[in-house]
Design a protein. Structure first.
Length: 346
């Protein structure tokens, strides 16, 4: 563990052991990584396939040492017993909610589902199955997340327009009346129209994929973004894109989502391939003078070998910076085995 020593004087100095970390955070395949944070703890989850596990830690750079606990296993023979993908943990209305995609073993049946836990610590307590969360069209859906603006919550996800156009994935949004209920029709807010959204593992262009949407906002006065993953997950060209809600815009109006662009890509020079399906967290520390220091970070998965469609997608993290207009700057994907300063406060 890190030891912190404070030296008083005109300037406070903080000496840490292990002041750097290296990617990957866990040297094993942990696809679709996501981090929730509350009360000084980080909760990490990823796609396990047949169950949902959580790790709890105060130091993201020490994630590999955190014990993983299985918090929920589905019963057999249901519409949500198989292929559990991309779980996300959210604290809403005083309770924890887990959103996950699952099916009955057949891909066309993938839908989004919700669990609820009233316990203060999501590692303990009882997870209650609340049911499927779906808009009236009830089409194929994965990668659900919650976008909050003001006091309103919206569900965002990746889905098919219909079975006839399967494998082409769009981003959708719909209003929520409570954490487990969609209360209106879905609205398509992003389509894979650019070449960088259409790469297949072969390097050829396919139908196109927009998936893994997640909200990002620097602060309450800054623009709202949705960061998402584009192209097929098994392609070296899997990447991150963004769309922005225009100032004063309505999240349920497709035309109010603007400025689509590619923001984080593979690095041949650094040996990073297929970086995507990310999450965000904030590290912080209040110094003895009462000054709050904060850093924004993003977590994502990537492979270290090119042209390996089934290669290990290991979890990595990097610090996020901001452009003058309030948009995020993801920088360049960092190679594994390179020293990176640990998040502030660790």
């Amino acid at each position: 563990m890190r030891q912190k020593t404070t030296v008083t004087g005109t300037q406070d100095q903080f000496n840490f052991h292990d002041t750097n970390f290296q990617n990957p955070l866990i040297d094993a395949s942990r696809p679709d990584p996501y981090v929730a944070e509350k009360d000084g703890y980080y909760y990490f989850m990823y796609t396990r396939g047949n169950k949902i596990g959580l790790r709890k830690t105060k130091s993201m750079s020490l994630l590999s040492t955190a014990v993983e606990s299985v918090v929920w296993t589905p019963p057999a023979g249901t519409a949500y017993s198989s292929n559990i993908w991309a779980p996300e943990l959210h604290f809403l209305s005083g309770k924890w909610y887990l959103y996950f995609a699952a099916n009955d073993g057949g891909d066309v049946s993938h839908r989004m589902f919700v669990l609820e836990n009233p316990n203060a610590d999501p590692m303990t307590g009882t997870w209650t199955f609340k049911g499927k969360i779906s808009d009236p069209s009830d089409q194929w859906a994965i990668d659900g997340s919650v976008l909050t603006t003001g006091s309103a919550n919206y569900f965002i996800w990746s889905g098919w327009e219909n079975v006839a156009t399967k494998f082409k994935q769009y981003l959708y949004i719909a209003p929520m009346s409570d954490p487990w209920t969609i209360s209106g029709d879905r609205v398509k807010i992003s389509s894979p129209t650019n070449n960088w959204e259409k790469y297949e593992p072969s390097g050829n262009l396919g139908a196109g994929v927009n998936e893994g949407p997640i909200m990002l906002q620097k602060d309450a006065s800054s623009p709202v973004f949705i960061i998402y993953s584009a192209s097929r997950y098994s392609s070296d060209n899997y990447c991150l894109g963004q769309i922005q809600l225009k100032a004063g815009g309505n999240p349920l109006v497709a035309a109010d989502w603007i400025n689509k662009k590619q923001v984080f890509v593979k690095s041949d020079a650094n040996g990073v391939y297929g970086p995507g399906h990310n999450g965000f967290f904030t590290s912080s520390y209040t110094d003895p003078n009462g000054v709050l220091h904060k850093e924004n970070w993003f977590i994502y998965h990537a492979r270290s070998v090119a042209n390996t469609t089934n290669g290990a997608r290991t979890p990595r993290m990097q610090k996020l910076s901001w452009n003058a207009d309030g948009s995020p700057n993801f920088g360049t994907a960092v190679a594994t085995g390179i020293n990176i300063p640990i998040p502030v406060g660790e």
